[in-house]
Write a protein that binds this ligand. Structure first.
Ligand SMILES: Nc1ncnc2c1ncn2[C@@H]1O[C@H](COP(=O)(O)OP(=O)(O)O)[C@@H](O)[C@H]1O
Ligand SMILES: [Mg+2]
Length: 366
C-alpha cells in the first residue's frame, strides 16, 4: 500500500483542550478515507493540520511522499505549497464570479498561462458534468451544482489528495444522497484519494473504503465500514455507529456454533456464537435492530410484546417489551404484527459484552 497522506502521532492543543491526541493514520492511493465522530471530537482540526491551516504541537505529516510537517525538526511547509484541494461545509463559491472564473481562480492567483487555465477549467467542468454551465453565475445554480463548483475549484490545481470537511451537510436529505454517489463517481474518474470528515455515520458507512472513528481527539477504531459496524472495537464505536439493543444475561452453555443465554427475566435465548465470548459472570448481549427476527415463540425464542409499530416504507420499526428491556427491531414488510401481540424473537447476529466493563473506551472485542 502506497500512502498519499501519512499522519504520525499528531497532537494539537488549544490551551487546555487537546483537540487531537496522538493520532496516526495513512490514506492510500485512490482511497476514500473518513474521519467519523461527533461534534468537537477533533476531525476538523486534524484536517486543518493536514492542510497546513493549523500548526500541530507534535507529530509528522507527509503528502505524496514528501514530509510537509515535522514538529521535531521544526519543518512546516506552507498550505499553498501542499498538493491538496479542499472543500468545507460552508462552501465558499464566490457569488460575483461565473462558474468558470470560480474554478479558474486558484490557477489565476498562481499566474498560470491563459490557455492552460482554459484547458484545465474545461477538463474540470467535464469531470463535474458541468461543461455547459461555465458562464452561469452561482445564483443560477442549484445547491448541488454550487457544491460541485466548490469541488471544481479544489480539483483545479491537480492536487494529490482532496480534503473534504462535511461538504454535504448543508444539502437537504435527498440531494445529499445524490451527491454521495456523484462524489464517488468523481473520485473514480479522477483516481484521487479523499480524506473525508463527517459526523454522519450513514454517510461514512456508505462512502468510505476505511473509517477512523474518533472521540475526544483519539481514534477508537480504524477499519473498513463492515468491520466498524459488525466488529466494533469499543463501546463508543458500538453505540455511535448504528443503533443497538442491550440485553442483560448470563451464559448457560457454549455450543459449537451457538450460545445459550439466560435473560434477566428468566427466558432462554439461543444466539449464533459471537467472535468473542468474555469469561465473566455478568454479560450483556448487544444486538442491532435488523438482527432480530420476529416469528412464533418457542424454545430459545422468548416471547416479547409489541408496544409500538411504525411503517417506514422499507418495512416496519417495532418497539418490543421483553421483561424489563425495551427492544428496537427493524423488520421487513412481510413481518406484520399488531401492537399488543406476543412474538418470538430470534437473533441472527450479536456481540457478547462483559457487563462490568463500562465507559466509552471499554473494549468490546478480544
Ligand atoms: N481555534 C480554536 N481555538 C480553541 N479551541 C478550538 C479551536 N478549534 C477547535 N477547538 C476545540 O478543539 C476541539 C475539536 O474541535 P474540531 O476539530 O473543530 O472538532 P470537530 O470538527 O470534530 O467538530 C473542540 O473542543 C473545539 O472546541
Ligand atoms: Mg468540524
Amino acid at each position: 500500500m502506497t500512502a498519499v497522506v501519512e499522519v504520525g502521532h499528531l497532537t494539537k492543543r488549544f490551551n487546555e483542550v487537546t483537540a487531537v491526541d496522538d493520532v496516526s493514520f495513512a490514506v492510500a492511493e485512490q482511497e476514500f478515507f473518513t474521519l467519523l465522530g461527533s461534534s468537537g471530537c477533533g476531525k476538523t482540526t486534524t484536517l486543518r493540520c493536514v492542510a497546513g491551516l493549523e500548526r500541530a504541537d507534535a507529530g509528522r505529516i507527509g503528502i505524496g511522499g514528501e514530509t510537509v510537517f515535522d514538529a521535531a525538526q521544526g519543518l512546516d511547509v506552507g498550505s499553498e505549497r501542499r498538493a491538496i484541494g479542499m472543500v468545507f461545509q460552508s462552501y465558499a463559491v464566490w457569488p460575483h464570479m461565473s462558474v468558470f472564473d470560480n474554478i479558474a481562480y486558484p490557477l489565476r492567483i498562481r499566474r498560470q498561462p491563459r490557455e492552460a487555465i482554459r484547458r484545465r477549467v474545461d477538463d474540470v467542468l467535464a469531470i463535474l458534468d458541468m461543461a455547459a454551465l461555465g458562464r452561469r453565475m452561482p445564483s443560477q445554480l442549484s445547491g448541488g451544482q454550487q457544491q460541485r463548483v466548490a469541488l471544481g475549484r479544489a480539483l483545479a490545481m491537480n492536487p494529490k489528495v482532496l480534503l473534504l470537511d462535511e461538504p454535504l451537510s448543508n444539502l437537504d436529505a435527498k440531494l445529499r444522497e445524490t451527491m454521495r454517489a456523484e462524489l464517488k463517481l468523481i473520485q473514480k474518474e479522477t483516481g484521487l484519494p479523499i480524506l473525508y470528515v463527517t459526523h454522519d455515520q450513514t454517510e461514512a458507512l456508505a462512502m468510505s473504503d476505511r473509517i477512523a472513528v474518533m472521540a475526544n481527539g483519539v481514534i477508537h477504531q480504524l477499519a473498513p465500514p463492515d468491520a466498524i459496524y459488525r466488529r466494533p472495537a469499543t463501546r463508543f464505536v458500538l453505540d455511535f455507529v448504528g443503533a443497538v439493543n442491550y440485553l442483560p444475561c448470563t451464559l448457560e452453555a457454549v455450543l459449537e456454533d451457538a450460545l445459550v443465554l439466560r435473560l434477566a427475566e428468566g427466558a432462554r435465548l439461543r444466539v449464533p456464537k459471537p467472535p468473542h465470548v468474555p469469561t465473566t459472570s455478568a454479560h450483556e448481549l448487544a444486538v442491532r435492530p435488523e438482527d432480530i427476527v420476529l416469528g412464533p415463540p418457542g424454545e430459545g425464542r422468548p416471547a416479547a410484546t409489541v408496544t409500538l409499530k411504525s411503517f417506514v416504507g422499507t418495512g416496519f420499526d417495532y418497539r418490543l417489551r421483553l421483561g424489563e428491556v425495551e427492544l428496537r427491531v427493524q423488520a421487513p414488510k412481510t413481518a406484520a404484527f399488531a401492537e399488543g401481540e406476543h412474538v418470538g424473537i430470534a437473533i441472527t447476529e450479536a456481540l457478547l459484552l462483559d457487563a462490568r466493563q463500562r465507559g466509552d473506551a471499554a473494549r468490546v472485542g478480544p
